[in-house]
Design a protein around this ligand. Structure first.
Ligand SMILES: Nc1nc2c(ncn2[C@@H]2O[C@H](COP(=O)(O)OP(=O)(O)OP(=O)(O)O)[C@@H](O)[C@H]2O)c(=O)[nH]1
Ligand SMILES: [Mg+2]
Length: 434
């Protein structure tokens, strides 16, 4: 098994100096492009880089060979030289040949400027932040799938091995020397992930057996999902002002004010143009959202872009097949004064929209009240009497109900339980009036 050197030397002493590039084509929204480039700069900072210059080209359509036009490429080469840049990041997904062509254009014999795209930068951050075995395997597979076709060209002599941004993938020479090993490694990763997925589904079934209501916390990266779960349960998850701080889901039990217990799961955050290799690789962790009873969508109310971020989240939830569930829209960070907040509040008023702060705790009581309602939706407290000679359906009760009280009487076993209407119907012959 070759050493793939995926997670080595992630911190270099100096920050990687990068030039960010985007293009606005016919039909593109200029403001959107600007916001996306700002976000790319935050991604770069999270990965340990610093933006030394930005470049935007406005043109009718993309150039097949180099994405931006040939004159602009020369300008880019100059910009890199003048700013002593080691990295160029394009705010799009480039093809393997575009990367090779651009690298050739911006480098001369003395330089080793690396060209990457938005997807690679996101993958790079995932590689930095993956903590658990499963997370690391998922990232390694996504990296291999993404970088392998991009590294096998003969057009460049650059080696991508090293310690900086965009180099945390496999080294080119190793890929060249043994592609079959790479294929075997991918197969092994896939097999291992499949096994972990099976474990996850067993765990999920065990959780289902507990009969507890499951809520997944989803939302744009940095919205405050982990901070919220920490506030409620003291989960101790790393929460920081960085994109993609959380990659591995964490589930915690939470006791609602009434005493009802629920399960809350913190999940990996979303971002616009999330590379689809990553969505595929993280499918099993994202399934936590799919198998929940309700989704709590966390929105950063202090972020002027929060409505677009919400739109991205809703689209991804829809793609995952999780949009049919009850959804609670939770505007977080309401302790921060912004212009956006009053505007959002005007749109509020619906009983599934909440305004909270996961730092001060404001507004969380209303949210938990609503969760309480959801948990109890359609459920009633009933009394059942199972005669001693007719106990076959007691299991149905154990499986589907929360049993509040059990009494062994001469005529049978009497249960007081909270049941949904389906279970109540199934057990109607044992129902008694108190
Ligand atoms: N002022 C304020 N800051 C908050 C609040 N909730 C979270 N934050 C901050 O927002 C940043 C991101 O919080 P996280 O909890 O890591 O966000 P997340 O949604 O889990 O992000 P990812 O795991 O990266 O997807 C941190 O610096 C938090 O301290 C809040 O209610 N008010
Ligand atoms: Mg988090």
């Amino acid at each position: 098994m070759p050493e793939l050197n995926l997670f080595s030397d992630t911190q270099s002493e100096d920050l990687t100096k990068a030039v960010l590039v985007n293009a606005i084509f016919r039909g593109d929204d200029k403001d959107d492009a600007e916001v996306s480039l700002d976000e790319l700069e935050r991604l770069l900072e999270t990965a340990g880089g610093v933006c030394v210059a930005r470049m935007t080209q406005i043109k009718p359509s993309a150039e097949a060979a180099t994405y931006i036009g040939s004159g602009k490429i020369k300008e880019l080469a100059e910009l890199c030289k003048n700013n002593d840049a080691d990295l160029v990041v394009f705010d799009t997904e480039l093809s393997p040949s575009q990367i090779r062509n651009i690298e050739k254009e911006v480098n001369d014999e003395d330089t080793k400027i690396l060209v990457i795209d938005r997807s690679m930068l996101i993958l790079d951050i995932f590689a930095l932040h993956a903590k658990t075995g499963e997370g690391k395997l998922q990232v390694e597979l996504a990296l291999l799938k993404y970088t392998t076709p991009r590294l096998t060209g003969k057009g460049t002599q650059l080696s991508r091995q090293g310690g900086g941004i965009g180099t945390r993938g496999p080294g080119e020479s190793k890929l060249e020397s043994d592609k079959r090993h790479i294929k075997r490694r991918m197969d092994a990763l896939e097999a291992e992930l499949e096994m972990l997925e099976k474990n996850r589904s067993v765990q999920r079934k065990q959780r289902d057996k507990s009969g507890l209501y499951k809520i997944a916390i989803a939302g744009y990266t940095n919205a405050g999902k982990s901070t919220f779960l920490n506030y409620l349960t003291g989960a101790g998850i790393l929460a920081e002002n960085k994109l993609f701080a959380t990659l591995d889901p964490t589930t915690r039990k939470y006791e609602l004010p009434s005493g009802n217990e629920i399960l809350l799961t913190d999940t990996v955050g979303f971002i616009r143009n999330l590379p689809h290799h990553l969505i595929k690789a993280f499918r099993s962790t994202l399934d936590e959202v799919v198998y929940s009873d309700a989704v709590l969508v966390m929105i950063d109310a202090s972020e002027p872009e929060c409505h677009n971020q919400l739109a991205v989240t809703e689209k991804l939830l829809d793609e995952l097949g999780a949009s049919g569930k009850p959804i609670l829209y939770v505007y977080n960070k309401c302790d921060v004064e912004t212009d956006v907040l009053p505007k959002i509040k005007q749109d509020g008023g619906e009983n599934n929209i909440f305004f909270i702060s996961s730092v001060t705790g404001q507004g969380i009581d209303k949210l938990t009240e609503r969760i309480e309602q959801l948990v109890n939706d359609g459920k009633t407290n009933e009394v059942f009497l199972f005669p001693h000679n007719d106990q076959s359906l007691v299991n149905v009760l154990y499986k589907n109900a929360v049993i509040l009280d059990t009494e062994y009487l001469a005529e049978g076993v009497r249960f007081k339980a909270t049941v949904d209407s389906k279970t109540k119907g199934m057990l109607s012959k044992y129902l008694i009036k108190e």
